[in-house]
Design a protein around this ligand. Structure first.
Ligand code: SAH
Length: 349
């Protein structure tokens, strides 16, 4: 049988599991800190633990690591990583360097079950949920590469493959690991979870974590949203927006509303007016983003003049509306373009 992977445990869970070996809580803290320190984690380097303890840990547990099978660098500096998981599945993460920070876009599932019409990941269908370790390891690997260059990962966004809130428990565990001060010590403010709108899990996220929430809205009326996002038939716009009104936001924070601009579909002045009306009372900022072409699906980006006009209407209503530039399109690393090739099509290093 596979040895349990210590990277699946929060500090509290690690403390519990090591207690079965008779180790006190402070030992668990030491082990946890070693796992997430820069460099390849292994039991041998845990030099503040005695040799017999290290030996016993090694016998019972493993500490996983994800090596990239491929890296692709965009002209704009965006880097797409492909990782092959232990079962052969491949996931992707995208590192987006900005002037003052590095953002890493993480996957939460292999494939996705949500079936959004404009998204390439959806065409893979749902394969499986990622474990906490598989989510955390995307960060560990990229952080290690940046560390070697004197840099760090500053921001995490769960906007890669999958619907993070459809994998809630494992996501919550991963967030607990990522934010623990003895480990990677990310502030919750630097983590954003994006969802297509699973209302019960949005409420749960607000109750259990303090991370930022992003919602892929993409349309202001149910007819259009039903057409674009099947999830809207279960969780229609009015219910979704009510949940956002009640979302427990920490002070000075806002919900990010994502809205992709699809030529001729959701980009008219009337769409902007309706959006402005419906978002009333929600503390939010709106990110407009030209739809990336995803081959056969027939949706294209709105012309820039249209996007700017749409943005202006939202601003006239007092909203913060930002135009997000698409990054990494030349390496299929842009939003909605992540769809890993089958493992056999994925060259090894
Ligand atoms: N499932 C979550 C997390 C994925 S985030 C969610 O839906 O929010 C990926 C973001 O890229 C989402 O906002 C998604 O709607 C958007 N996206 C998908 N296809 C796209 C495309 N063709 N062009 C631009 N954005 C797209």
């Amino acid at each position: 049988m596979e040895k349990p992977d210590l990277k699946n445990y929060t500090l509290a869970q690690l403390t519990e599991t090591l207690a079965t070996m008779g180790l006190p809580a402070y030992r668990a803290k030491q082990v946890f800190a070693w796992i997430y320190r820069p460099g390849m984690p292994n039991f041998a380097r845990m030099t503040d633990l005695s040799l017999p303890i290290r030996g016993e840990l090694e016998e019972r547990y493993q500490i996983s690591w994800l090596a990239p099978v491929r890296r692709e660098l965009s002209e704009d500096g965006t880097c797409k990583y492909a990782f092959r998981l232990a079962d052969g599945n491949v996931i992707e993460s995208v590192l987006i360097p900005e002037e003052d920070r590095n953002t890493l876009c993480l996957s939460s599932q292999v494939g996705c079950a949500m079936g959004c019409r404009f998204c390439l990941t959806a065409t893979m269908g749902f394969v499986r949920n990622l474990t906490p370790a598989e989510m955390v390891n995307q960060v560990c690997t990229v952080a290690e590469e940046l560390h070697a260059k004197g840099q760090a990962v500053n921001n995490l966004v769960f906007m890669g493959m999958g619907e993070p809130l459809a994998n809630f428990d494992q996501l919550a565990t991963a967030i607990a690991i990522l934010t623990n001060n003895y480990g990677l010590a990310f502030s919750s403010r630097r983590i954003t979870v994006s969802t297509c709108g699973l209302i019960p899990r949005i409420i749960e996220l607000g109750e259990k974590t303090r991370v930022n929430l992003a919602v892929s809205l993409h349309a202001a009326d149910d007819d259009k949203r039903n057409q674009l996002m099947p999830v809207n038939r279960t969780y229609p716009i009015a219910d979704l927006l009510n949940a956002l009104r009640e979302f427990p936001l920490p002070p000075r924070r806002r919900i990010m509303i994502e809205y992709i601009m699809i030529n001729g579909l959701n980009d008219a002045d009337t769409d902007a007016e309706l959006l402005a009306r419906k978002l009333h009372g929600i503390s939010c900022k709106i990110n407009l983003l030209p739809c990336n072409e995803t081959s056969a699906m027939g949706y294209g980006p709105s012309p820039m003049a249209r996007i700017e006009r749409f943005q202006q209407i939202l601003r006239n209503h007092g909203y913060t509306a930002l135009l997000r530039t698409s990054r990494g399109a030349d390496i299929s690393a842009a939003c909605g373009q992540l769809a890993a090739q089958t493992p056999s099509g994925c060259p090894s290093e």
